[in-house]
Design a binder for this molecule. Structure first.
Ligand SMILES: NC(=O)c1ccc[n+]([C@@H]2O[C@H](COP(=O)([O-])OP(=O)(O)OC[C@H]3O[C@@H](n4cnc5c(N)ncnc54)[C@H](OP(=O)(O)O)[C@@H]3O)[C@@H](O)[C@H]2O)c1
Length: 325
């Protein structure tokens, strides 16, 4: 496993991050324990969660959110100190108008709830889950800076932000002497490449760490789904994950079949090539992979070591090129 600085900060993270959105949502605590152990045994020191992760994401029951954080809190024990623990705030955690968003009040309440569930007294990387157009970013940054000064949070980051939103936040942080976003967490994979136009060049220019999520397109790039066939039992597609089904079009399946043929020719596994491709981008610090089984973590760890050749990268570009309209 390689360790890299997160953006311009002094924090060192493994180039593979274990995403734990599955914990408590699709897999129980015992299976989560096996996945977590496999990741830590492979040398991963970076774990990502969010306050909203849990069954409540699917059944719209706020009480059933927070399960991923709670499972991590129960499993980590003494190992917590060696880890870089990242979580997020912004999603709906209750029915009230102030139980979501990036207002000072919600950030202050949400961080305490996350610390309680995670059974820790600090969060290494506290991320805004997405932009909140209904709160001045200055209000959010002041609240986040207070958390850094109080020691509840060590670094702040954002997720699903556009380049202009980070640039605006950086300007405010600099003007007011507040903590600055050190990283961004965007969706990025061979199938979802919109960040290549502006966000990734911006992050390279400004020293912002990039920690992409869903490098395997939620499982679609692993080759386990085929056009016109029922998803295999026990998968997220079978469980009805909406954002995964939204990616499944005939055109995408055709590209995935060409991807399968290329990987077969190279003698490489599809999940590994998909993750290695994300890591090959020089803007990327660490890829956030998901797993429901320990074997999947082992595959991801191999991907973190895999160097694709220039020719392989070119072939992948051709298969997944987005037509310009
Ligand atoms: N900031 C955000 O808005 C946001 C959004 C989404 C995710 N995230 C973060 O990113 C993390 C990763 O997201 P993701 O889980 O969608 O990423 P992903 O790595 O693209 O997909 C992971 C899924 O792919 C399948 N898979 C992985 N390795 C495999 C292998 N070797 N063979 C066969 N199938 C394999 C598994 O599906 P099955 O479980 O179906 O087998 C696994 O759950 C999340 O846990 C979360 O921390 C953040």
């Amino acid at each position: 496993m390689q360790f890299r600085r997160l953006g311009n900060s002094g924090l060192k993270v493994s180039n593979l991050c274990l995403g734990t959105m599955a914990f408590g949502r699709w897999i129980d605590e015992d299976s989560s324990a096996r996945v977590l152990d496999a990741a830590l045994d492979a040398g991963v020191n970076f774990v990502d969660t969010a306050d909203v992760y849990g069954k409540g994401m699917d059944n719209d029951t706020p009480d059933q959110k927070g399960e991923s954080e709670a499972i991590l809190g129960s499993l980590l024990g003494a190992r917590r100190q060696r880890l870089v623990l990242a979580t997020k705030v912004r999603g709906e955690m209750g029915r009230g108008p102030n139980e979501q968003g990036l207002s000072r009040g919600h950030i202050m309440a949400a961080v305490d709830a996350s610390l309680r569930r995670l059974r820790t007294d600090y969060i290494d990387l506290y991320q805004c889950h997405s932009f909140d157009p209904n709160t001045p970013i200055e209000e959010s940054l002041r609240a986040l800076d207070d958390l850094v000064r109080q020691g509840k949070v060590r670094y702040i980051g954002c997720s699903n932000f556009a380049a202009w939103q980070i640039a605006k936040a950086h300007g405010i942080s600099e003007r007011l002497g507040l903590a600055r976003f050190v990283s961004v967490q965007p969706q990025y994979s061979l199938l979802v490449r919109d960040v290549e136009g502006e966000l990734l060049p911006f992050c390279r220019s400004e020293g912002v760490g990039v920690i992409p999520y869903s490098p395997m397109a939620r499982g679609l790039l692993t080759g386990k789904y085929r056009k016109g066939e029922e998803p295999p039992a026990g998968t997220r597609a079978a469980a009805g994950e909406k954002r995964l089904h939204a990616l499944m079009s005939d055109e995408t399946f055709d590209r995935v079949e060409r991807f399968r043929a290329a990987c077969t020719e190279w003698g490489l596994a599809m999940p590994q090539v998909a993750t290695a491709w994300v890591l090959a981008n020089p803007a990327v610090t660490s890829a956030i992979v998901g797993a429901s089984k320990p074997e999947q973590v082992a595959d991801a760890a191999a991907a973190a070591e895999l160097q694709l050749s220039a020719e392989q990268l070119q072939t992948l570009d051709q298969i997944f090129a987005t037509p310009r309209g």
